[in-house]
Design a protein around this ligand. Sequence first.
Ligand code: GLU
Length: 292
Amino acid sequence: MTFITRFAPSPTGPLHLGHAYSALLAQDMARAEGGDFLLRIEDIDQSRARDHWEAQIYDDLSWLGLCWPTPVLRQSDQKDRYRTALEHLWASGVLYPCICSRRDIETATSAPQEGAQTYGPDGIIYPQTCKRNMTKDQALTGQNPIPEETAIRLDMQRACAFSSAAFTETGYGPNGETGRIEFTAQQIVDSVGDIVLSRRGMGTSYHLSVVLDDAAQGVTHVVRGEDLFEATKIHVVLQRLLGLPTPTYHHHKLMRDGAGKRLAKRDDARAIAKYRAEGASRQDIRKMVGLD
Ligand code: GLU
């Protein structure tokens, strides 16, 4: 069986123990299957990505004993591919422009007649304000050029031209979900809604880029934290729309601090670099994350 997996950090802060666990687990799984482990730098958010964090990623991962083929795919170099995919989706009429700010969305969804705000994997489920406000002419989105200066949303109802879809989970979702994970179009419309597929000024989004790059790199097994389990349903919808294969997914538990809070990039206290500076060995890190 071909087994190609990847670790895909964003260079926006120091890698911590949670990243070490994810990367080491992915490489262990690839080794056990005689497969490949790839590294990808997810730096589409150029306002937050920094060269020194990218350099630190290479340094920490090498120190942990990981190796990967070079050149490493860097998402900021892939904009043309993202644009082509976005144009394809635009032409098929499943996207629409959105000018709402976060504040607009909060205001719209907190109006008394709207009922309780509902959250999906990307935050508050979008109340479709811009879709409802579109004129008939604008609604023929596929025929006009993509507006440059707005966010572009996926019309989830139109995108889900299936009754049910599925992916294979070899790890666990946050509620113990494993095996064949099936979901209906209606479930994803209700629980995810019209997510942003291209952020203003960015030309893409995490969801679009991750799906395109996993396919471009031939990734067969995605190993990542359980916080992305629900987002996987979005990825399956996009794979169907773009005619891409759906890899097998393996979501793993998240590393938490003593108080049970998941580690974040700003938790410098758990940064791999800090343990290194204190004289820890890579074996110590493997033990700390529960891999030995
Ligand atoms: N770049 C994402 C992160 O740092 C990882 C996304 C993924 O593994 O799909 O959280």
